[in-house]
Design a protein around this ligand. Structure first.
Ligand code: AKG
Ligand code: FE2
Length: 345
């Protein structure tokens, strides 16, 4: 039987103090545990911004391919997710994070668990906490939702299930576009796995209003361990993407558009032709509550990943050795941003 991602996390536990978020409603100042070193690069006034790809545009393949190569990220419109579903996901996410702290604690993620309420998994790599609380879903959210709302979780479960199914369809469309851009057929990637070639997770993110947004961090810089990630953000800005040679670029929300970013797995598969987008979330200066919902489109943990041979030629050699997803997640859980470097050939 294939190992699940939950089992991989079980083998790489994090310490308990790294999973309990602050009760953001009860604090009036930023506690020292959440004060980050002063940085003047939190705000970005870059005029450069990630491209917009219209999935109904006949040039969508080229637009998405070029965006992946230049940025590792793009906005996508006409993606087929109904606007009312995006609104419902957002309102259910808000309903969850608006619960009292002691209720949310009932669904606290176990130290060796993958799902439920808690701080970002990357917290252990930073000396300071982030101004963030999250809720992770893999498959059905019913168990944790039942702990939060014993008698009133049907709507939440229905909306999250429906959203994940629709997201999977968008992710498949995007995969096909990208394969076409790379000159590969849909059968070319020989995923060495059994039944389903993909695995996914949904991450609900909350960045509560912060009394001193210049000194706190929403979500520290990181790359995702996905093929790619599809993000819905509410109308409050905060996401930034790092572009080599240009610096941090604010990705302002576009109503109804989703943000797609390349993750480490696609970076490895394309032999670094697509950068794995380094991104972070800074805090809103005007006291608005920022919410985002990230769909991580990945591969099952037993799947083997190495640069696609079809993309290599006699000159270009593979830059990364072959790893299983499980092995890579383990390396990343212990070495964070060094992980890609550690599997370099
Ligand atoms: O909230 C955001 O804009 C980014 C979220 C993110 O990077 C993540 O969940 O991995
Ligand atoms: Fe991310």
């Amino acid at each position: 039987m294939a190992t699940t991602l939950s089992q991989v996390y079980r083998e790489n536990p994090i310490r308990l103090y790294n999973i309990i978020p602050l009760d953001f409603n009860s604090v009036r100042t930023v506690p020292d545990s959440h004060v980050w070193p002063k940085s003047d690069d939190f705000s970005s006034d870059h005029w450069l911004t990630i491209p917009i790809v219209d999935l109904e545009d006949p040039n969508a393949v080229k637009l998405a391919g070029q965006a992946c190569e230049a940025w590792g990220a793009f906005h996508v419109i006409n993606h087929g997710i109904p606007l009312n579903l995006l609104e419902e996901v957002e309102s259910e996410t808000r309903r969850l994070f608006s619960l009292p702290a002691e209720t949310k604690m009932k669904a606290l993620r176990e130290p060796d668990g993958a799902t439920g309420y808690g701080l970002p998994r990357i917290s252990k790599f930073f000396p300071k906490h982030m101004w963030h609380e999250g809720f992770t879903i893999m498959g059905s959210p019913a168990d944790h939702a039942g702990m939060l709302w014993p008698n009133d979780n049907a709507r939440f479960c229905y909306v999250m299930d429906r959203y994940q199914k629709k997201m999977e369809a968008v992710a498949e469309k995007l995969t096909n576009l990208i394969l076409e851009w790379l000159g590969m057929s849909q059968e070319d990637p020989k995923w060495e796995v059994g039944s389903s070639p993909f695995s996914a997770a949904l991450q609900l993110n909350s960045y509560p209003p912060c009394p001193n947004p210049d000194r706190a961090m929403g979500l520290a810089p990181h790359t995702d361990t996905s093929i790619f990630t599809i993000l819905h953000q509410n109308s409050v800005s905060g996401l930034q993407i790092f572009k080599q040679g240009a610096g941090w670029d604010s990705v302002l929300p576009i109503a109804g558009a989703l943000v797609v970013n390349v993750g480490d797995l696609l970076h490895i598969l394309t032999n670094a032709r697509f950068p794995s987008a380094l991104h972070r979330a800074v805090l809103n200066q005007d006291g608005y509550h920022r919410l985002s919902v990230a769909y991580f489109y990945g591969l099952p943990s037993d799947c083997r990943v190495s640069p696609w041979l079809k993309l290599l030629n006699s000159v270009e050699k593979p830059r990364y050795r072959s790893v299983t997803v499980k092995e890579y997640v383990g390396i990343k859980s212990n070495n964070f941003q060094q992980a890609l470097w550690l599997i370099r050939i």
